[in-house]
Design a protein around this ligand. Structure first.
Ligand code: IPM
Ligand code: MG
Length: 332
C-alpha cells in the first residue's frame, strides 16, 4: 500500500497559524505520512478566484484524509463568491455527512453528531421578483437514516444514550426526522432514545450539559448547538470535529471560525486544530495510539502552558512546542 497522504488546508485568519502547529505535530507522530498544502476559502479566492479551486478538490478526493483550518474573511461578507462556499462544496463533494463534535470538560462528556450535507445550508435559495429572499430546508429520509445510524452506533460505544434534537412541533422535516429515528431505534436496543425540541435543548445545554451523551441533529441546529456545547465546555478554542463519509476521505477541522480579530498575532489557541489532528489520526489513519498520545500531550500543554484565551500567556507556537516536547517524551 502506498503511504497515506493528508491534504492540509490552512484556511483563513488564524488558520495558517494553527495549521502550522498541526503540521509539525503530524510530521513528528506520523513521519511516513505525506502532507500536501492546498488553498481554500478567502486565500483561494484571492489566488484563484474560487474558494474551492479544482486542484484543491482533486487533491482532497485523492487524499487519505483532509485536515482543514477555519475559513472566512470579513472582506468577503457582502460578496457573491464567499470563502464559506468552498467549505460547503468540499463537504458536499466528499459526502462528509456525519460531523462528530465531541466536548469533554469536567463532568461533561458529550458528542454532537451533526448532519452536514443537507438541510438549509444545501437547499434551494434565491430571490423572487418581488424581492422576497428564501432558503429552503429539505431532507430525504435516507439522509436522516444514515446519520442517525452513525449516532446510534457511536452511542453504543459510549454511555448508550441518544438525544435527537428537532423542532417537530413546527417543522415537517423535523417530524420526518423523528419518525426515522424511531424506526431505526429497534436496531439498537441497548441505546436509549430521547427526543428534544431545539429551543429546550439550547437551554438544557447551557444549564445541565452533563445530561447528554450523544446528540444527533440536522445541519443548522447542529451548527448552533455545537458552538453552544463548545462554549460550556471550555470555549471554542478547544473544540475539534471530524466529518466522515461512508467511503472517501474524512475532513478534520476545528469548530471555531477564522477569528480575524486576533489573526496574525500568534496568540490563537491551536488546541481545536491539534485535537482535530488527533481525530484524523484515529478516524482517518486508524492510528489510535498516536491519537491518544496527542490528546494527552495537548492536555498537558493546556495544564502547564495555556494560551491567553484560557488566562495564560503562551503563544500559538509556544503551546505547539510544549505539545511536541511532551509527545517526544511520551512516545520515545
Ligand atoms: C462550522 C462553521 C461552518 C458551518 C461555516 C463556516 C460555513 O460555522 O463548521 O460550524 O456553518 O458549517
Ligand atoms: Mg459553526
Amino acid at each position: 500500500m502506498s503511504s497515506p497522504t493528508v491534504v492540509l488546508l490552512p484556511g483563513d485568519g488564524v488558520g495558517p497559524e494553527v495549521a502550522r502547529e498541526a503540521r509539525l505535530v503530524l510530521e513528528l507522530v506520523a513521519p511516513d505520512v505525506a502532507v500536501e498544502e492546498r488553498l481554500i476559502g478567502a486565500a483561494a479566492i484571492r489566488a484563484a478566484g474560487d474558494p474551492l479551486p479544482g486542484e484543491t478538490l482533486a487533491a482532497c478526493r485523492d487524499a487519505t484524509a483532509v485536515l482543514k483550518g477555519p475559513v472566512g474573511d470579513p472582506e468577503f461578507d457582502a460578496a457573491d463568491v464567499r470563502p464559506e462556499q468552498g467549505l460547503l462544496r468540499l463537504r458536499g463533494a466528499l459526502d462528509a455527512y456525519a460531523n462528530l463534535r465531541p466536548s469533554v470538560w469536567g463532568d461533561v462528556d458529550l458528542l454532537v453528531v451533526r448532519e452536514l450535507v443537507g438541510g438549509l445550508y444545501f437547499g434551494a435559495s434565491g430571490v423572487r421578483d418581488d424581492g422576497t429572499v428564501f432558503d429552503t430546508c429539505e431532507y430525504h429520509p435516507s439522509q436522516v437514516e444514515r446519520v442517525a445510524r452513525r449516532a446510534f452506533a457511536l452511542a453504543q460505544t459510549r454511555r448508550g444514550a441518544l438525544t435527537s434534537i428537532d423542532k417537530a412541533n413546527v417543522l415537517e422535516t423535523s417530524r420526518m426526522w423523528r419518525r426515522v429515528v424511531n424506526e431505526i431505534a429497534p436496531e439498537f436496543p441497548d441505546v436509549s432514545v430521547e427526543h428534544m425540541l431545539v429551543d429546550n435543548a439550547a437551554m438544557q445545554l447551557a444549564t445541565t450539559p452533563q445530561q447528554f451523551d450523544v446528540i444527533v441533529t440536522e445541519n443548522m441546529f447542529g451548527d448552533i448547538l455545537s458552538d453552544l456545547a463548545a462554549a460550556v465546555t471550555g470555549g471554542l478554542g478547544l473544540a475539534p470535529s471530524a466529518s466522515l463519509s461512508d467511503s472517501g476521505p474524512g475532513i478534520f477541522e476545528p469548530v471555531h471560525g477564522s477569528a480575524p480579530d486576533i489573526a496574525g498575532r500568534g496568540i490563537a489557541n491551536p488546541t481545536a486544530m491539534l485535537r482535530s489532528t488527533a481525530l484524523l489520526l484515529e478516524h482517518g489513519l486508524g492510528r489510535t495510539a498516536e491519537a491518544q498520545a496527542l490528546v494527552r500531550a495537548v492536555e498537558h500543554a493546556l495544564a502547564t502552558s495555556p494560551t491567553s484565551d484560557l488566562g495564560g500567556s503562551a503563544s500559538t507556537a509556544e503551546f505547539g512546542a510544549v505539545v511536541r516536547e511532551q509527545l517526544a517524551l511520551t512516545t520515545a
